[in-house]
Write a protein that binds this ligand. Structure first.
Ligand code: UT7
Length: 317
């Protein structure tokens, strides 16, 4: 694993100067105290490269050893080429196939499940999965409903074929496109191109927060129950839960319904906010680096996001 967050902090008191909000409201309703925001010349691919280099270092592999690069993101540097091709170029990952996965906050876990399936099918042996977001680029800093939530960052994992009975045990992916408009960017795609809107396009992320909240808890519980059951385990067997860091109340409700105590849940939402695709891999990297994870631990990861999409993965460390 490897991760990277920009050095610039955007605190709740900074946001109090931008919109009508308060540290008390943001902290009590979301659990967020600050988020990290890219510097002026920092692209999403730069964060992805930094996280990837750290993951390669900890795996002992070189860029040319990777045969598949999967990048989960909704904030690529360009619409074309893909973010994965940008990252491939910057890393010199010359032997890899590269493609993006657009599943919003569930993007990293979609990538992890895809890596697992390709490895099991024998098509690729060493896969890098990255979740990266520069959400500050699609956040409207005049909209208090969204701007208090989001931050920038990247996390990366190296997944390799192995005969050992550890690693990814089970994964679950699901989506429901009927709810796409609960969390979306309305304009700028091919349906309503910016050129046709005379500069009036809605190009920032818009969200119906309370509706997304309800789906989030239901779906993360469903996805978590599926991977635990498929592994022949029970929630009591989970040593550590690493959830998507969207809202402390969503995490608490999900853990409660799964009967997993909050002591087993890793949280960094107070420091980084919601970083979408990057959220789970940043948290996983941090908790591993902290020394808290021991051999044979069962780690449950779960996420939900725009689409709507949701996913879980269970790993034995
Ligand atoms: O990764 C997936 C992405 N999405 C999410 O994770 C979002 C899921 N949803 C949430 O986390 C929560 O719904 C929010 C944190 C976005 C909002 O919390 P809520 O408890 O659902 O609040 P609400 O939207 O029902 O709004 C309650 C009140 C409203 O005022 P009125 O209408 O009751 O007078 C809002 O206008 O809070 C107001 N409000 C704020 N007040 C101060 C909304 N945002 C703010 C704010 N500061 N930043």
């Amino acid at each position: 694993m490897g991760s990277y967050v920009p050095s610039r902090r955007l605190t709740n008191s900074d946001l109090e100067k931008l919109v009508e909000t308060s540290d008390e409201w943001i902290t009590s309703r979301t659990g967020i105290k600050e988020r990290r925001i890219c510097g002026e010349n920092e692209a999403a691919s730069d964060m992805a490269v930094a996280a990837a280099q750290r993951a390669l270092e900890s795996s002992g592999l070189k860029p040319e050893d990777i045969d598949l690069l999967l990048v989960g993101t909704v904030t690529p540097d360009f619409r074309l080429p893909s973010q994965a091709c940008m990252v491939q170029k910057k890393l010199g990952m010359v032997n890899a196939a590269a493609m993006d996965i657009v599943a919003a906050c569930a993007g990293f876990l979609h990538g992890l499940a895809t890596a697992d399936a390709y490895i099991k099918a024998g098509q690729f042996k060493r896969v890098m999965v990255i979740g990266v977001e520069k959400l500050s680029s699609i956040t409207d800093y005049t909209d208090r409903n969204t701007c208090v939530l989001f931050g920038d960052g990247a996390g990366a994992a190296v997944v390799v074929a192995s005969d050992e009975e550890r690693g990814i045990i089970s994964t679950f992916l699901k989506s429901d496109g009927r709810y796409g408009e609960l969390l979306w960017i309305p304009d700028g795609g091919t349906e309503r191109p910016l050129q046709s809107l005379n500069g009036q396009g809605r190009v920032y992320l818009e969200m119906n927060g309370s509706e997304v909240f309800k789906h989030a808890v239901r779906q993360m519980v469903e996805a978590s129950e599926k991977v635990i059951k498929e592994a022949g385990l029970t929630p009591a067997d989970v040593t550590l839960m690493v959830p998507h860091q969207a809202n402390i109340r969503i995490i608490q409700s999900t853990a409660k319904r799964l009967a997993i105590s909050m002591e087993k849940v890793y949280l960094n939402i107070d420091k980084v906010g919601n970083t979408s695709s990057a959220s789970v891999p940043i948290a996983l990297d941090e908790v591993i680096k902290s020394g808290r994870v021991k051999r044979d631990d069962i780690i449950l990861m779960t996420a939900f996001g725009g689409g709507l999409t949701w996913a879980s993965a269970l790993i034995k460390w």
